[in-house]
Design a protein around this ligand. Structure first.
Ligand code: NAD
Length: 338
């Protein structure tokens, strides 16, 4: 039985709790949050993600208001860090130094230096550090990458990834709408697609971005072209300036020589492969969602199973590097070399 702790019982902390509880041989034994109201708000907040509002039960869980006390007392094997982004680095390093495996939410940190310090500590301590790039585990994205890698439909000629949300107003002390703390939608939201672009196509040589300043005071709607030194057109758009009635949408379309692969989470038939020859079809995909699959992956690794390396700390640093280059491009109006 693996003993797990959770630091930060906000929107994502509740999601991690739900996912761990769906798995065998793992028990959430401790949760830490500095805001006592979080242990009373058992209904939770839904944020912009379906399924995040399941009622909570703290039976058998030790509740803490101090992170260091939880680490010292709870004999944890593993820990989810679902704290605001600006707290990721110090808490991750502290946990790794204490000999605990860490699943830390994305974005890894605010700067490349911070991310590198986290990755270095993971190497030094020999403990696992997984960053919550859940899109690498999201069933439709997993299948799209599998189809691309198979070569069955030829080469990718163009691809666009979109992630659009109503403005997030539910975070603790509204930290998410302070770009100095969250990095704005570019770092907080769009990094999901930047990371997936890196995963599928490798690091771009250059990026060109335009961005709109929004309610966080930072880049809250951004469009990027990833340049690879060939004629592929790879684009991503992300932002949280949509009206509340819009909700949330993630989508992509990928144009290959012999097919288009399309996904839109808001459509009834969300995922389709449209071959040049033959009928469009929806392939079979993994069960679950990106959160449950990434957490199952983390738990399997902590159990000592030989899991494939789907997301390394170094790749997570690269995703940070990529988005920071995009922000620099938007700020300067220039193409930025990575
Ligand atoms: N993977 C995804 O799809 C996804 C979605 C949303 C958020 N996130 C990421 O998850 C992280 C958390 O975001 P959130 O939306 O859950 O934020 P949130 O504001 O809802 O939750 C943060 C929690 O941390 C607690 N907290 C603050 N300081 C603390 C401290 N020093 N010690 C212990 N607890 C403390 C707060 O009381 C709050 O409960 C962020 O990095 C965010 O970018 C990821």
């Amino acid at each position: 039985m693996i003993r797990v702790g959770i630091a930060g019982l906000g929107f994502m902390g509740k999601m991690h709790l739900r996912c761990y509880r769906d798995l065998p041989d793992v028990q959430v034994v401790a949760i830490c949050d500095t805001d006592p109201a979080k242990f009373e708000d058992t209904a939770g907040t839904a944020g912009n993600i379906e399924g995040a509002a399941a009622p909570l039960d703290f039976t058998g869980v030790q509740l803490y208001d101090r992170f260091d006390k939880m680490l010292a007392e709870s004999q944890l094997d593993a820990l989810s860090i679902t704290l605001p982004t600006y707290l990721h680095k110090d808490h991750t390093i502290q946990a790794l130094q204490a000999g605990v495996h860490v699943l830390c939410e994305k974005p890894m940190a605010a700067t490349v230096d911070e991310g590198q310090a986290m990755a270095a500590q993971a190497r030094q301590s020999g403990k696992r550090l997984q960053i919550g790039h859940c899109i690498r585990f999201w069933p439709e994205y997993v299948k799209a990458k599998e189809l691309i890698d198979s070569g069955r439909y030829g080469q990718v000629r163009a691809a666009t990834f979109q992630r659009l949300s109503m403005t997030p107003t539910w975070s603790w002390e509204n930290w998410i709408l302070d770009a100095d703390k969250s990095g704005g939608a570019a770092l907080d939201l769009h990094i999901h697609d930047a990371d997936f672009v890196q995963y599928v196509f490798g690091m771009a040589d250059q990026v060109f971005s335009r961005a709109v300043r929004g309610p966080s005071g930072g880049d809250d709607h951004l469009v990027t072209q990833y340049l690879y030194g060939d004629d592929r057109v790879i684009t991503a758009e992300g932002g949280w300036m949509m009206a509340p009635t819009f909700g949330f949408q993630m989508s992509f379309h990928i144009v290959l020589d012999k097919a288009a692969i399309v996904y839109d989470c808001t459509r009834q038939v969300a995922f389709r492969v449209c071959p040049a020859d033959g009928e469009a079809y929806t392939p079979e995909i993994l069960p679950g969602d990106g959160y449950s699959n990434e957490i199952a992956h983390f738990v399997r690794a902590v159990h000592g199973e030989a899991v494939p390396e789907i997301i390394t700390p170094e790749q997570s640093v690269d995703s940070l590097r990529l988005v920071l280059a995009e922000k620099h491009s938007a700020a300067t109006g220039q193409i930025v070399r990575i």
